[in-house]
Design a protein around this ligand. Structure first.
Ligand SMILES: [Zn+2]
Length: 112
């Protein structure tokens, strides 16, 4: 139940932010989520919807911004969008270094 733990963390961050802003209601929670962060969006949203009940985030929606995988070749320096988990440069066989796609961040908390 990785997603349930995650949803709990996200909710706690949102509730913290609301408290700091003396807000009583949370409308939106923005997330940046890499394609390779290993998170099932559906499971995460479901867990969040269950956990948020009877909290200031009761009506809050998760706004998820998916970040595609991108990588840079360590030999020729070219940038690629990674597909099929191929970690070798198609041009020179160098090794691709992941630049984005693993992030999991709370971007913003929209509250009142
Ligand atoms: Zn290369």
């Amino acid at each position: 139940m990785h997603e349930a733990t995650l949803a709990e963390n996200i909710l706690n961050i949102a509730l913290d932010a609301a408290e700091k802003n003396h807000a009583t209601k949370i409308f939106k929670v923005g997330l940046t989520l890499g394609e390779m962060a290993g998170v099932e969006v559906e499971a995460l949203t479901l867990s969040f919807d269950v956990l948020k009940k009877n909290s200031p985030a009761e009506d809050a929606a998760l706004v998820i911004n998916r970040v595609p995988l991108s990588a840079t070749c360590n030999k020729c320096g070219k940038n690629f969008r990674l597909e099929h988990y191929n970690f070798f440069c198609p041009e020179c066989d160098g090794i691709l270094i992941l630049q984005s796609g693993r992030e999991l961040l709370v971007d913003f908390v929209d509250c009142e």
